[in-house]
Design a protein around this ligand. Structure first.
Ligand code: SF4
Length: 344
């Protein structure tokens, strides 16, 4: 897989299994791939996790596998020997540069990638003294400084297959740290908000943080992190990329109005029921579900299929043309039927 320069922004995911449980990890990777995950990272806290990569590699096809390493450089080397396509190492907790040089040599020997992945939780103000952050430390500058110093060291070993990530759990620090790194070097950037929280919180923080950076042209791979399903993380990453038109839509997009005092159909129920009934293989079209005639016909006419509500009824539109009037009870089924007709 190619990342950086003009290649489309890739979607990365991370498994949530114990990597040494090969069956569970492979099953989850397959599910993530089915959602569109393009790079998979697996946690490697133990020797058996590194060794499991050999079996996982054999079973999951070509998808790039990245070993997520903290503290122990030997696990990075072992993962590369087992067939990992890349390793993520963390400047915040792998501070012995002789050890880092060994990882670089192992990656170089296998043409593998190294991600310098720093995050706010593991950063220290001064490594030698392992000093915790003070309130007035500029976290974004520390994240960028450590990342760039690491990059300079790795590049001094004549190794260039490097990408960077600078993640904080707060959005503004992540944005600022990433901008600082992007201003200082040309290395590809992996972006995301770390420890972004449960799904609803993560969706907002990730959309704002990742979305802001992407809109500025920064970011070559993305990962949404949430305390929840890894499949939902992948879907959320695509939602962000599709909202910015950086990837083609792969799923139907519903444009529904918020409803207000002009609405005379139960639009909330209609949209919920429509989402529930829409088959998983529905085409990636735009569906407008609008409550009344104020914005309804305009939005519905712009969409591939749409309805604009009236009094206990709605007008059905297809590609801008009025098709027929629907009674409220028939709306959901009629809309699903029209959407599925657009499946090529
Ligand atoms: S489309 Fe009509 S019902 Fe929906 S929010 Fe706008 S004005 Fe209100």
């Amino acid at each position: 897989m190619h990342i950086g320069s003009d290649h489309p922004v890739s979607v990365q995911g991370m498994t949530k299994t114990h990597t040494a449980d090969v069956d569970a990890t492979v099953r989850q990777i397959h599910e993530m791939q089915a959602r569109g995950c393009e790079i998979v990272r697996v946690a490697v806290p133990r020797v058996q996790d590194a060794d499991a990569i050999a079996d996982i590699r054999k079973t999951v096809g070509d998808i790039p596998l990245v070993a997520d390493i903290h503290f122990d450089h030997a696990l990075a080397i072992r993962s590369l020997q087992a067939g990992a396509d890349g390793v993520r190492i963390n400047p915040g907790n792998m501070r012995d540069m002789d050890a880092v040089a060994e990882v670089v040599r192992a990656a170089d020997a296998r043409d593998a990638c190294i991600r310098i992945g720093v995050n706010s939780g593991s950063i220290r103000a001064r490594d030698g003294a392992d000093v915790a952050l003070e309130a007035d430390d500029d976290l974004a500058e520390l994240l960028a400084g450590k990342t760039l110093a690491y990059l300079e060291f790795i590049e001094s070993l004549d190794f260039r297959n490097v990408k960077l990530s600078l993640k904080a759990s707060d959005v503004l620090t992540t944005i600022r740290a990433t901008r600082l790194a992007a201003d200082a070097c040309d290395a590809p950037l992996h972006i995301g908000i770390t420890a972004a929280g449960p799904p609803k919180t993560s969706l907002v923080k990730s959309a704002v943080g990742i979305g802001t950076l992407l809109a500025e042209g920064l970011g070559d791979t993305v990962r949404v992190s949430m305390t929840g399903s890894p499949l939902d993380e992948v879907t959320a990453a695509y939602d962000i990329l599709e909202a910015l038109e950086l990837r083609k839509p792969t799923r139907p997009r519903i444009a529904s109005c918020p409803t207000c005092g002009r609405c005379e159909i139960d639009l909330v129920k209609i949209v919920e029921e429509f989402e529930r009934k829409l088959p998983a293989d529905a085409p990636a079209v735009t569906i407008a579900i609008m409550g009344c005639v104020v914005n309804g016909p305009g939005e519905a006419a712009d969409a591939d299929v749409g309805i604009a509500g009236g009094k206990g009824s709605a007008l059905l539109f297809r590609k801008g043309e009025k098709v027929r009037k629907l009674a409220e009870d028939d709306m959901v089924d009629a809309l699903v039927e029209e959407v599925m007709k657009l499946k090529s």
